[in-house]
Design a protein around this ligand. Structure first.
Ligand code: GRA
Length: 384
């Protein structure tokens, strides 16, 4: 067991940090305030290979692995949490294609997803199907050489900017989750409409929206995997995107810890730096330990993925704990900054707003806890 990053991973970390500090940081607060989606930065991330960590070289990836994915995501989210969402939007569909797609689908789409020439998203959630994925109502009915897609999706990151979506729909609803299928859908075609969700608490520089499918004709060759594979593909995909999401949470927790330490060393009250007070030290100590513990959980889950070993349990543990860590750290940072934390003068209020997403997206904290507890109690093994 080696707790040091090897030279390759250190170089990847440095490249991601440099990009984030030089190119993302200068406008992060303005981008957030103005709800500005930075396609230019997303494309640059593509050029730097940030979307290809888990993609084989023959499809344009770097194949540097899941540990590198965690490292890159943390560095980006440390500077701007919104921008790390782009990683998952390219990762989910491209990995699903690598694992379940035909050779033609892989060749046609994956290299363009890695460079972000094509922007993508994945569409699972519906108004009445959030945690309960199997409750979705979107249908795909085979008609000749096409499927007709009908239904709507909500809370879809990238909905209004993406070129293609990996859409989950029922082909045989009577079979419950075994009747779900996955489709690659061109979002510029007729029968598709997107609508932005304008007002959110945070993650404002990452577009979120709804997707509507009205008898949308999807060529049969765009079915991913076989009919009925959808739920399995969806869970496999979430198992990857949850990891990167957890890494984003650690990035936010780190930003909070760094800001809190800097402010505690600078602000004086009652004749001494506030860092000298034990109540501040209590918060700082907890922030330091939780951040480190969350990172180690993520590295372990990522290493298992790189070794091709079962990791659903470890991924859920890492994602759950990282989300709680980000929320706790942002809460502490706000308290340490006091009124300045409540103002827009410092990015701490942005960290606070963005941190909340990590307890909700990619399977809520409670869903992760269900997976973990049911495994511990012996009701249902997570790593099947
Ligand atoms: O027995 P079987 O062969 O039918 O298989 C079952 C099970 O083995 C079947 O699915 C299989 N399965 C899995 N396979 C591989 C279950 N979990 C996994 C897995 N992780 N990997 C049915 O299983 P089940 O447990 O009976 O299903 P269920 O009770 O209907 O639901 C399970 C569960 C609650 C875990 C699932 O619905 C779930 O994960 N819900 C959370 C949904 C979620 O994460 N949504 C995220 C939306 S996307 C998003 O947030 C984007 C944000 C972007 C960003 O910020 O990054």
């Amino acid at each position: 067991m080696d707790f040091q990053l090897n030279e390759e991973l250190q170089a990847i970390q440095e490249a991601a940090r440099e990009f984030a500090e030089k190119e993302v940081a200068p406008t992060a607060d303005d981008d957030d305030r103005e709800h500005r989606f930075r396609l230019d930065l997303v494309r640059k991330m593509g050029e730097l290979g940030f979307f290809g960590c888990t993609i084989p070289e023959e499809y344009g990836g770097t194949n540097s692995g899941f540990v590198s994915l965690v490292i890159i995501t943390e560095e980006i989210a440390r500077i701007h949490s919104s921008l790390r969402v782009a990683i998952n939007m390219q990762l989910g569909p491209s990995r699903a294609l690598v694992e379940f797609g035909t050779e033609e689908q892989k060749k046609r789409y994956v290299p363009k997803l890695v460079t972000a020439e094509l922007l993508s998203c994945f569409a699972i959630t519906e108004p009445d199907a959030g945690s309960d994925v199997a409750a979705m109502r979107t249908r795909a009915t085979r008609k000749g050489d096409c499927y007709r897609l009908n239904g709507s999706k909500t809370w879809i990151s990238n909905a209004q900017v993406a070129d293609i979506a990996l859409v989950y729909a029922y082909t045989e609803p009577e079979k419950k989750h075994r009747g779900m299928s996955a489709f690659l859908v061109d979002l510029h075609q007729s029968g598709v409409a997107a609508k932005a969700i304008e007002e959110k608490l945070g993650t404002n520089a990452s577009p979120t929206g709804e997707l509507f499918f009205d008898n949308c004709a999807v060529p049969a060759e765009n079915l991913v995997g076989k009919e009925g594979d959808g739920f399995k593909i969806c869970m496999t995909e979430l198992n990857h995107t949850r990891l990167s999401c957890g890494a984003g949470a650690v990035g936010v927790a780190r930003a909070c810890r760094e800001a809190a330490v800097s402010y505690a060393n600078q602000r004086s009250q009652f004749g001494q730096k506030i860092g000298q007070y034990q109540m501040i030290q209590d918060m700082i100590a907890q922030m330091v330990v939780q951040e480190e513990a969350a990172r180690l959980l993520l590295y372990r889950a990522a290493a298992l993925k790189d070794e091709g070993r079962p990791n659903t349990l470890e991924t859920s543990m890492a994602k759950y704990y990282a989300g709680e860590t980000a929320a706790f750290a942002s809460d502490c940072a706000l308290k340490i900054y006091g009124a300045w934390g409540y103002s827009k003068e410092y990015p701490v209020e942005r960290y606070f707003r963005d941190s909340r997403s990590y307890q909700i997206v990619e399977g809520s904290a409670n869903i992760q806890k269900l997976i973990i507890a049911q495994d511990a109690l012996g009701y249902r093994k997570a790593n099947r």
